[in-house]
Design a protein around this ligand. Structure first.
Ligand code: SAH
Ligand code: F3S
Length: 495
């Protein structure tokens, strides 16, 4: 029998990337095969993001593009899944009546059944989690079985995505309710997954070849669960994962600056597999702005945490997120953010122009009064301050030898290969065979090498640097020689 075809498109954060992988895994282990042609697919799913207005507009334009193919092929099932489905199902249906399936991020395990319902009953199938209660404490919630947990547990059935670097969810939802943020509304209350299930999932991924695992949670450091009556905080979860044979690197995102205990810093210092990298969104460098955002820390507490983290974890790199032009942000308040970025010397930062989101506290009680032109100027200024820092800190690495996990061809090489294949352009083999890898500190290194190195840990010497990328050369080593703290080429490849 011909398999049905599934087209999946993913927008937004790493959590969405993982959700899409799990949904695709569920469907392709059944009747479906993936296709990259949206117009002829039997099922089209768009996994959406609501965090900024721009992301939602992109979804609407993709849906608009599906109107005609759906008219030509009325049997096609068009599904909107993820945050936008949860946030505004009625608005979606009003604007896009040709949508057959609407599924929030907490219900994704139901998708195979929902597709069948939509097909057989010829009516729209909807699953949302709007009723999830926040009354209990995070640990009480962690002990309740969440039906969507079945989605993560289904992972054994079919693994898609990158086998070497895998995501593992440790926590769902968020309880922080920063005044600008829609995530607590779309992803529901904070729930931590059982530690045993996380460890089993990580082991299974390592058995299938994973060398690096990135743990995902909105405020991953506030992870808390129980096992045999014993509390399992995030530091203990890291320790259990560190014991997995064959696993080489553990990362985690995103950390919330408010609940960051020294136990986690000690775990980062003492557990060899936990990488020296933190994504620690500051959002602003001004106390009044942080207060209006209802971030539960001050600038000085953030700065102290960074100092402590650097003291505990030598060589630590930091990344951060900032919002510019939040309600009422003055030039003076923005200048404090610039100062924080100058002083902290992040590896990189993500800067977002404030985008008002429906139903958030900021939408209800504050005014989005910073002109878009001002937001744009602040965005550019903050990025240019960071660019100089990124360049300077990257240059400091020139001449040093670092361990990288090779990911495959670089973006530039892939573009060059495409130009060669589709337009017959002649491109130097140095460019079309360029590889990319990542250091433990999440720095990107490009270098020349054989594609067979993909998925291996190797040592490269840094020969050049731009603000975004390091240029490396493979270190030649004599038989048996091993640089301290590194793994010889060809060993520990897993799988
Ligand atoms: N803790 C989450 C945060 C999700 S949103 C995580 O990183 O997984 C990611 C980033 O988007 C936030 O850190 C914030 O900088 C930005 N952001 C969130 N809401 C926003 C809004 N309304 N406008 C602009 N940027 C926003
Ligand atoms: Fe959003 Fe703040 Fe949670 S940014 S995801 S409400 S920590």
């Amino acid at each position: 029998m011909r398999k049905r075809t599934l087209y999946m498109e993913t927008m937004g954060c790493q959590m969405n990337v993982l959700d899409s992988e799990l949904v695709v895994g569920q469907l392709t282990s059944g009747d479906y095969a993936l296709t990259d042609d949206m117009t002829t697919a039997d099922v089209v799913l768009i996994n959406t993001c609501s965090v900024r207005d721009h992301a939602e507009n992109k979804v609407l334009s993709r849906l608009g593009a599906l109107k005609k193919p759906k008219l030509n092929n009325p049997g096609m099932i068009v599904g909107i899944i993820g945050c936008m489905a949860e946030r505004d199902p009625d608005g979606l249906v009003d604007k896009m009546p040709h949508v057959d399936l609407i599924c929030g991020p907490g219900e994704l395990n139901k998708i195979p059944a929902m597709i069948e319902d939509a097909r057989e009953l010829r009516q729209r199938s909807i699953a949302l989690s709007q009723s999830l209660s926040r009354k209990s404490t995070p640990i009480e919630r962690a002990l309740e079985f969440d039906s969507v947990e079945a989605l993560d547990l289904s992972r054994a059935a079919g693994i898609v995505g990158n086998p070497i670097q895998a995501y593992v969810r440790v926590q769902r939802g968020c309880d922080k309710f920063c005044t600008f943020c829609v995530v607590p509304f779309t992803r529901g209350p904070e729930r931590s997954r059982p530690p045993g299930q996380i460890v089993d999932e990580a082991k299974m991924l390592v058995d299938r070849g994973a060398l690096e695992i990135t743990l995902l949670g909105q405020t991953v450091n506030s992870y808390i669960n129980q096992d045999d009556g014993q509390r399992v905080p995030f530091s203990e979860l890291l320790a259990r994962l560190n014991d997995i044979n064959g696993l080489e690197r553990i990362r985690f995102v995103t950390s919330y600056p408010g609940d960051f205990g020294d136990d986690i810093l000690m775990a980062m210092r003492d557990l060899p597999k936990v990488c020296e990298y933190l994504h620690l969104p500051a959002q602003s460098g001004s106390d009044p702005v942080l207060k209006r955002m209802r971030r539960q820390y001050s600038v000085s507490e953030y700065v102290e945490l960074v100092a402590r983290a650097r003291e505990f974890v030598p060589g630590l790199t930091l990344a951060s997120d900032f919002i510019v032009g939040f309600c009422g942000e003055t030039d003076e308040e923005f200048a404090r953010t610039v100062q924080l970025v100058r002083d902290t010397r992040f590896k990189n930062i993500f800067v977002f122009k404030y985008s008002e989101r429906p139903n958030t506290v900021a939408e209800k009680r504050a005014v989005d009064d910073v002109a878009d032109a001002v937001k744009r100027v602040r965005n550019i200024e903050l990025l240019s301050v960071q660019e100089r820092i990124s360049l300077a800190t990257n240059r400091e690495l020139i001449g040093r030898t670092v361990e990288i996990l090779v990911e495959g061809y670089s973006k530039r090489a892939m573009k060059a290969q495409e130009a060669e294949q589709t337009r017959g352009e002649e491109i130097s083999s140095e460019i079309s065979s360029q590889l990319v890898g990542r250091t433990r500190t999440d720095r990107i290194v490009v270098f020349s090498g054989e594609i067979g190195l993909a998925g291996r840990l190797i040592n490269v010497r840094i020969a050049g640097a731009t603000a975004l990328t390091l240029h490396g050369e493979i270190v030649e080593r004599r038989e048996g020689e091993r640089l301290p703290g590194t793994i010889p080429i060809g060993v520990n490849i897993g799988g």
